[in-house]
Design a protein. Structure first.
Length: 247
C-alpha cells in the first residue's frame, strides 16, 4: 500500500513537471516609442504591444520581460538574448530575412509624403519631389520609390531624432517633406498649429509590418509558429485598436 501511494506521488510530480515544461514565456525587445503601436509610457505599452500579448496568451505563451532599447539595438539584441525574444513591428527586407524569422503579416498601412498645407498643390507625385529634402526619423526605413530616389540621389534624406523633430523642421522650412504614416498624427499635434500647418500630399507606398525573432535563437521557430496560430483567429486592425478612426 505504501508502495502504491509512493507511485501515485511520483506520477503526480511527473505530471506537474511535464505541465511546467509546456509553459512558454517570451520577452519583447522594443524601441521606447513608436506611436501608437509601441509606447513604454502607456499602461498597455502601446496598442500593438497589447495585441501581440493577447495573441501569445491565446497560445499559452506568457509575457516575460519587455526590454526597452533603441530600435536598432532592439533588433540586434534578439540574437544574443538569454531567453527567447521577439520584436515588432518591422517591415520586410532581404537583408533582415537572412538573420530573422518573420511572422505572418500583422498589418499593412499607407505611408505618406507630408508637406506644408500651403505647398500641397506643388507636391502631387514623386516627380515633384525631385531635388527635395525629405525628413525620415532615426530608426525608420524608407521604401519603394522614395528609397530609390535616395539611392539615386534625386532626393535627399534628412534624418532627425524623432518624428516630432521632422515636423518641426518642416515647419521651419528646413526640409521639403516628411515621410510618415498615420503614426505622425500624435507628433503633429505636439507642434504648435501643426494640425493646420501640415497635410498629406500623396501616398508614398504601402508598408506591411511583422513580428520577428532571430533565426539563431533557440525557441524562435516555435514562438513564431505559435504566434501565427493565434494570429489566424485574431486580426489586428490599427484603425480600431489604435483609434486612428477617431483622429
Amino acid at each position: 500500500m505504501r508502495g502504491l501511494k509512493f507511485s501515485v506521488i511520483l506520477l503526480s510530480m511527473g505530471m506537474g513537471y511535464a505541465s511546467a515544461q509546456t509553459q512558454y514565456t517570451v520577452d519583447y525587445a522594443l524601441g521606447d516609442y513608436y506611436y501608437p503601436y509601441v509606447n513604454q509610457h502607456e499602461n498597455n505599452k502601446g496598442c500593438l504591444t497589447e495585441f501581440v500579448t493577447k495573441v501569445f496568451k491565446s497560445q499559452g505563451v506568457n509575457l516575460g520581460e519587455i526590454k526597452w532599447l533603441p530600435w536598432s539595438v532592439a533588433m540586434k539584441s534578439l540574437a544574443y538574448g538569454a531567453s527567447p525574444s521577439v520584436s515588432f513591428p518591422w517591415s520586410y527586407t532581404k537583408e533582415r530575412a537572412q538573420k530573422y524569422l518573420y511572422s505572418d503579416a500583422l498589418y499593412t498601412k499607407s505611408a505618406y509624403i507630408w508637406v506644408l498645407t500651403d505647398d500641397k498643390q506643388s507636391y502631387i507625385d514623386f516627380k515633384s519631389l525631385q531635388g527635395a529634402k525629405v525628413c525620415v526619423p532615426q530608426g525608420y526605413g524608407a521604401y519603394g520609390k522614395l528609397a530609390d530616389m535616395f539611392t539615386q540621389k534625386t532626393a535627399t534624406r534628412i534624418t532627425a531624432l524623432t518624428m516630432q523633430d521632422c515636423f518641426s523642421q518642416l515647419k521651419a522650412k528646413r526640409v521639403t517633406a516628411v515621410y510618415a504614416g498615420d503614426d505622425a498624427l500624435e507628433n503633429i499635434a505636439h507642434v504648435k498649429d501643426g494640425v493646420s500647418l501640415f497635410t498629406k500630399a500623396f501616398v508614398a507606398d504601402q508598408q506591411t509590418h511583422y513580428l520577428i525573432a532571430a533565426k539563431d535563437q533557440t525557441g524562435s521557430a516555435k514562438l513564431i509558429s505559435l504566434f501565427n496560430n493565434g494570429l489566424k483567429t485574431m486580426k489586428f486592425n490599427p484603425d480600431l485598436y489604435c483609434n486612428f478612426d477617431k483622429q
